[in-house]
Design a protein. Structure first.
Length: 256
């Protein structure tokens, strides 16, 4: 577990990871309007329009707009001018980046979106709302190691399954590899005090030089972030931190 710090002024380095938690149930959390489809790129807007369920559409819209507004605050640009590219497994990165060492990752579930931003090192983040009564044992049998499955059986803890799941997903996303092929590559284990560690089974050791932070945004939701650097300080941020920048960042580009 790495240090958790607080910071009021934006600032990134290789030793800092900013953790943004954005409420998605409101159209304007902390006074920042997220119902702005005009900020989306054409591919994002097509995906958004193709979703039939109103809640899922809103979740996609608000998480993508929040991502653009936050990144625009680092890049000092307008949010709708940001372009993304994607690796072969769908992990996004900045296509045209005047801060080439800027790395980020996004996840959303339930009422929250979480975003990790750092410099120089790849990062993965995942959030999941716990579903009471879900048959998690079938998923564990398919994607967890024998040791992980035995751990779950011995503790009979539904929340532990979700904690392990998001940590494994965050590790996979930090590597930028295919999710289903990567889940069984990483194995979670319980550290003294009850927190989780993770190891790369290909290397047969705890993931070297990685930093992990795990938390619960609310009592029904778990989240984890993994960054390929150690040690780092994880700094919690919120949309109020960029309120001064948003008026510029959300303004449409003026026609030439």
């Amino acid at each position: 577990m790495s240090e958790l710090a607080n910071e009021a002024v934006p600032g990134l380095s290789a030793k800092v990871v900013h953790l943004w938690k954005i409420p998605l149930a409101e159209s304007a959390p902390q006074g920042i309007d997220l119902d702005l489809p005009e900020l989306m790129a054409a591919d994002e807007f097509t995906r958004y329009r193709g979703i039939s369920h109103p809640h899922a559409r809103s979740e996609i819209l608000r998480s993508r707009v929040a991502l653009r507004l936050v990144l625009a605050s680092y890049l000092e640009c307008q949010a709708n001018t940001i372009s993304f590219s994607y690796n072969e497994y769908g992990k996004p990165e900045l296509a045209e980046n005047k801060l080439p060492n800027l790395h980020f990752n996004l996840s959303h579930s339930g009422d929250y979106c979480v975003l990790a931003v750092t410099a120089e090192h790849e990062v993965g983040i995942e959030i999941e709302r716990c579903q009471a009564g879900r048959d998690y044992t079938a998923l564990a049998q398919r994607f967890f190691s024998v040791a992980e499955h035995q751990l779950l059986e011995s503790m009979a803890d539904e929340v532990l399954f979700y904690r392990m799941w998001v940590l494994k997903e965050a590790a996979v996303k930090s590597m930028g590899i295919r999710l289903l092929a990567g889940l069984d590559r990483f194995e979670c284990f319980v550290l003294p005090g009850g927190s989780l560690g993770i190891k790369d089974r290909l290397q047969q050791q705890a993931a070297p030089g990685w930093s992990i932070y795990q938390w619960q945004p609310d009592r029904d939701t778990v989240a984890a972030v993994v960054v390929k650097n150690s040690p780092v300080a994880f700094i919690k941020r919120n949309l109020q931190d960029i309120s001064r920048h948003v008026q510029h960042a959300a303004r449409p580009v003026e026609p030439v």
